[in-house]
Design a protein around this ligand. Structure first.
Ligand code: HEM
Length: 496
């Protein structure tokens, strides 16, 4: 008994001393004492009196900065909206700006060694394999088939039933798009259908476990010190206990799918997992890879579609033009879905989606950690170990990048000589850019164009409060707090 008591005493004393020591080091490193205006406003949250979202405040500060770069000393975080800096960190000096240990520790329990969470050799291997797979013609047509199937069998029936309701039933667009993209990314990655957009709108166990895991991981990133969640994890208490349980469910389901696929054979299947199985025999590694894809392809697409439909409600002229263009390309019978070729010819629709993500990028900011001290092209000195963040949300709102009409929604700015013309990825890093540019860009555009078009051609979708300033919930991907309720009516062909 005495021995047990002594052991516990030594253990807890050691933990407490270690905690206090590490916490003091952390405070010193963060320069918590900085009392410059920006740091004071950040610590006291006084910015919230004037701005709806933290990203809006950063946008304001970045706009005022002559270089388009600011330094939040208390977080040892340099934030930039300068395209030259973005190009430098994502391409020119890529090796000096990895995701870093801080990021991979936060997401490590959920994503393991998945592509999102690793640097170096492990990342290079997955990147090579994934880009070969995602670039192949057969997987692209598989992706379109998955999307078309989900639209025909679930999305259109759901919207039709709401549109037929004479009492003007309201649909939360964000919730519907999250369910839609969860079903499609699971079918695409695993060949597994969670059925979350079925008419009864069931909450699948996998979906809610996945939601909770990504939410709690995002909360880890926002903790004032990583020690807080690390200690909670050590003792398996509070949010860390919930996180552990939800990750267990996600991994258990992924393991089950992998096991079944090994037993039944995978060579005739088209999903991403089956294709990776041909080259990887380590099932834990396979599971990590596929879970990364779920995270990458789910909330991003749902977020982009949600803000797109808010902008459509604010800009009926754009809706009219999208209908006119699609009638020209696909004919005026509006009960068919767009083919791959149709989608390529819909330049105005492509422009409208890009313009919408310029103002509301699904990934509002993205951070790297500096390996060696450095100087950015705009002259900003970067200490070793600093966090450097590029900020697509702020960049999309900068007059110095997009001109005096930067805050206006104008798809025309993407059209030259009647065709869509892409901008530099460093001016528009919505899909990141450079060496680690998003691998799902093409797939996401096919998915978003298909969904947007099928709804716009069939229904009149009006967001209930279109003039609202969107308030975003904290998280890895932009999510509107409280969702985006909309009224759906059958289309009036005369006036459209
Ligand atoms: C509107 C939709 C999307 C947007 C805005 C988007 C944006 C991004 C961004 C900003 C990154 C960089 C993240 C980081 O390194 O921290 C990224 C990476 C990635 N995305 Fe996407 N994404 C979208 C859809 C998709 C889809 C549908 C897939 C999968 C099919 C996908 C697969 C990936 C992968 C695998 C990476 C990691 C690339 C690497 O680290 O080398 N994305 N995406």
């Amino acid at each position: 008994m005495d021995l047990q008591f002594s052991f516990c005493f030594v253990f807890f004393t050691f933990t407490a001393v270690f905690f206090l020591f590490s916490f003091s080091l952390y405070i010193l490193r963060l320069n918590r004492c900085c009392n410059c205006d920006v740091c004071t406003a950040f610590i006291t949250r006084s910015w919230a009196a004037e701005f709806v979202n933290l990203s809006d405040w950063y946008t304001h500060l970045l706009r005022k900065s002559p270089t388009g770069t600011i330094h939040l000393h208390v977080l040892n975080n340099i934030i930039t909206s300068n395209p030259d800096n973005v190009e430098y960190m994502l391409k020119t000096n890529f090796d000096n700006y990895p995701k870093g240990k801080a990021f991979s520790t936060i997401l490590g329990d959920l994503l393991g060694r998945g592509i999102f969470n690793v640097d170096g050799k492990c990342w290079r291997f997955q990147r090579k394999m994934a880009s070969l797979e995602l670039g192949s013609v057969s997987i692209r047509s598989h992706a379109l088939n998955v999307v078309v199937d989900e639209i025909e069998s679930r999305l259109i029936p759901l919207f039709s039933s709401v549109a037929e309701n004479k009492d003007g039933a309201v649909l939360d667009l964000q919730d519907v798009f999250r369910r839609f993209s969860f079903d499609t990314i699971c079918k695409f990655s695993f060949g597994l259908d969670p059925g979350s957009l079925k008419p009864s709108l069931p909450v699948s166990e996998l979906e809610s476990a996945f939601d909770l895991s990504s939410k709690l991981c995002a909360e880890r990133a926002m903790a004032p010190s990583p020690l807080i969640w690390k200690i909670k994890r050590l003792f398996n208490i509070g949010s860390e206990k919930n996180l552990k349980e939800s990750i267990k469910i996600v991994k258990r389901m992924a393991d089950q799918v992998i096991k079944t696929r090994r037993e039944t054979g995978f060579s005739s299947n088209n999903d991403l997992l089956s294709r990776f199985m041909g080259s990887i025999s380590d099932d834990d590694y396979l599971r990590d890879i596929v879970i990364s894809f779920l995270l990458a392809g789910r909330d991003t697409v749902a977020s982009a579609l949600t803000s797109f439909f808010l902008l459509m409600s604010q800009n009926p002229k754009v809706v009219k033009k999208i209908r006119e263009e699609s009638d020209q390309v696909m004919g005026e019978t509006r009960d068919t879905l767009a083919s791959f070729k149709d989608l390529q010819n819909l330049h105005y629709l492509q422009a409208a989606l890009h313009e919408s993500m310029r103002l509301y990028p699904p990934v509002q900011f993205d951070s790297k950690f500096t390996k060696q001290e450095d100087v950015l092209p705009d002259g900003t000195f970067v200490r070793r170990g600093s966090r450097v963040t590029y900020h697509p949300y702020a960049m999309g709102r900068m007059e110095r990048i997009w001109g005096p009409d930067a805050l206006e929604f104008k798809p025309e700015r993407w059209i030259r000589n009647g065709e869509f013309k892409a901008e530099s990825a460093y001016k528009y890093p919505v899909y990141q850019g450079g060496v680690r540019v998003c691998l799902g860009r093409e797939m996401s555009l096919v998915e978003m164009k298909s969904v947007a078009l099928c709804l716009i051609r069939r229904f009149d979708v009006r967001v209930v409060n279109p003039s609202q300033a969107l308030r975003f919930a904290p998280g890895l991907t932009a999510t509107v707090s409280g969702g985006l309720p909309a009224v759906v009516r059958p289309i009036d062909l005369q006036s459209s």
